[in-house]
Design a protein around this ligand. Sequence first.
Ligand code: EZ4
Ligand code: CO
Length: 402
Amino acid sequence: MRITDARVIVTCPGRNFVTLKIFTDEGVTGVGDATLNGRELTVASYLTDHVVPLLIGRDPARIEDTWQYLYRGAYWRRGPVTMSAIAAVDTALWDIKGKVAGLPVYQLLGGRSREGVTVYGHANAETVDEVLEEVARYRDLGYKAVRVQTAVPGLDATYGVSKDKMFYEPADAALPSESAWSTERYLDFVPSVFARVREEFGPDLKLLHDVHHRLTPIEAGRLGHALEPYALTWMEDPVPAELQEGFRLLRTHTRTPIAVGEVFNSIWDCHTLITEQLIDYIRATVVHAGGITHLRRIFDLAALYHVRSGSHGATDLSPVCMSAALHLDVSIPNFGLQEYMRHTPETDEVFPHGYWFEDGYLHPSEEPGLGVDIDEELAARYPYQPAYLPVSRLMDGTVHNW
Ligand code: EZ4
Ligand code: CO
């Protein structure tokens, strides 16, 4: 079997997505997600201009060889653009392999390790009273785990708080919007939110919170310590993670579990975090971390050090990425949790998929391959629209981490 063509499809059914579709001489096709929120067209160009010409004529069965060819062959290693492009190719090739074998991809990865994939939803609101209602809504839908984010009194906009409750979309402006940040107000307020939520919902519901890279290690240590009575499942991205050694300081100050890695693109971004047991959950994803092949390598390393998976699953990761993630989630031994932000009906229509939600669990499709496709005709009706993520500034105007 040979690859005959590969198309890069950019579409905006409510938000932008970049998708690679690979075609073969035997009519079997495969899809891969290549969406990099706010920088979408760079990956589209990387694929169209520099990767698609290398795919034509290759044997689609050689997944590992193609991965190494694109990674080593570029000479310039790692980075979100390169690794998202490689991820798209890798994901599409796993899809093809599954279809050729007549098996869902999770069977090729070793088969099921669990009955379903535990997912968490996002309860968010302006006030604590409202957020209690949101948490109740997720609990009533069957969710076993809920991320809780609220507005902070005195701040105009806070990460994770959305107008449309089910479809949070931070990339919302043709040019980046800006918001003001105060660490003092945030640290003062957040523990009181979790005190109320834990009191209302009891010990069983898993609670999570995303700090979104806003703190220093010692500030994060203080927050984690203050949250210990409320037994969070994780505190996410407490500090920017370029300085992996920085987590040693944070780790000595709190027993609140830590989840990091949604912006990581390779095993080298997290090898110190994992091998020194500085984190508890690794949040790398299929689309941004080199596809199923490389993400499985990260999860296997993590398994040796008691680190579990907690893959990113925001709306900017397409249903193609979610489909691929679920095949990994259901098969690996060290699965932890999977983030699940629902897509809009327009997005779901452009990407017909076979995964489904029931009673707090997502289930991968049983169809051969990944069980997802892109409707190219429908996709063409939603042209690309520039959309940027916001920028955050301190009260004195200094650029901070969004
Ligand atoms: O801000 O995916 O945990 N989820 C997140 C997301 C990220 C977006 C950025 O594109 O932090 O909401
Ligand atoms: Co996050």
